[in-house]
Design a protein around this ligand. Structure first.
Ligand code: GDP
Length: 195
C-alpha cells in the first residue's frame, strides 16, 4: 500500500476512549525496544510519528493511528520491562485483554520479534494469546540487517518453531534500517483488510 497520509487519532486506555469509527484495525505488539516504533515509522514513511523508545513509567496507552483515511494501526505498549511493578503489569494486561476481546474491527495482530534471538517467554505468551482469541497474527522478525543473509532462514525457522506458529500466519523478515520486507508486510496486512 502506498501511504500518503498518516496521523495519530487518539490515545486510549478504556473502550469508551477508543475511536468510534469502524475502520479495519491492526494491533502492533512487541517487547519494549524490539523495534516496534521503528517498524511503524518505516511502514508509514514517517521519521518520528511513533515515538522511538518509549520510557517505562510513562502512562501506558493504546495509540491509534489513521492511515490513508481507511484503516487504523493500534500501537500496543511494549512488554518485558524488568523494572515495571506488578501493579503496572496487571493494568497493562487488563487494558490489552479488554481491547483484544472487545474490538470487533480488529483484523489481525502484528507481533514484532527480534530476528537475532529466539522469541522470549513474553513473545510466546503474546502469540498464544492471539491464538486463544482467534486473532490472525503477522509475525515480523525485525533487525534482519544485523544478521548475515546466509543465516536468515535458520533464524526464521527458530522464530516459527519457538512460537509454534500456525501454518496460516505470516512470518516476515524485516529491517527498519534497510526497508527489507516492507512490501511483504503491507501485502500481509492488506490481505486481512477485506476479511
Ligand atoms: P520499540 O521500543 O519497540 O518501539 O523500539 P524502537 O523502534 O525504539 O527501537 C529500539 C532500538 O532499535 C532503536 O535504537 C532503533 O534504532 C533500533 N532498531 C529498530 N529497528 C531496527 C532495525 O531494523 N535494524 C537496526 N539495526 N536497528 C533497529
Amino acid at each position: 500500500m502506498k501511504v500518503t497520509k498518516s496521523e495519530i487519532v487518539t490515545s486510549a486506555v478504556k473502550p469508551e476512549q477508543y475511536p468510534p469509527t469502524h475502520f479495519p484495525e491492526f494491533a502492533l505488539a512487541g517487547r519494549s525496544n524490539v523495534g516496534k516504533s521503528s517498524f511503524i515509522n518505516k511502514m508509514l514513511n514517517r521519521k518520528n510519528l511513533a515515538r522511538i523508545s518509549q520510557r517505562p513509567g510513562k502512562t501506558q496507552t493504546l495509540n491509534f493511528y489513521i492511515i490513508n483515511d481507511i484503516m487504523h494501526f493500534v500501537d500496543v505498549p511494549g512488554y518485558g520491562f524488568a523494572k515495571v511493578s506488578k501493579k503496572e503489569v496487571e493494568a497493562w494486561g487488563k487494558m490489552i485483554e479488554t481491547y483484544f476481546m472487545q474490538r470487533e474491527q480488529l483484523r489481525a495482530a502484528v507481533l514484532i520479534v527480534d530476528l537475532r534471538h529466539p522469541p522470549s517467554k513474553d513473545d510466546i505468551m503474546m502469540y498464544d494469546w492471539f491464538k486463544h482469541f482467534e486473532i490472525p497474527a503477522i509475525v515480523i522478525a525485525t533487525k534482519a540487517d544485523k544478521i548475515p543473509k546466509g543465516k536468515h532462514q535458520k533464524h526464521l525457522k527458530i522464530v516459527r518453531e519457538t512460537l509454534q506458529m500456525v501454518e496460516d500466519d505470516h512470518l516476515i523478515l524485516f529491517s527498519s534500517e534497510t526497508g527489507l520486507g516492507k512490501d511483504k508486510a503491507w501485502s500481509a496486512i492488506e490481505s486481512y483488510m477485506t476479511k
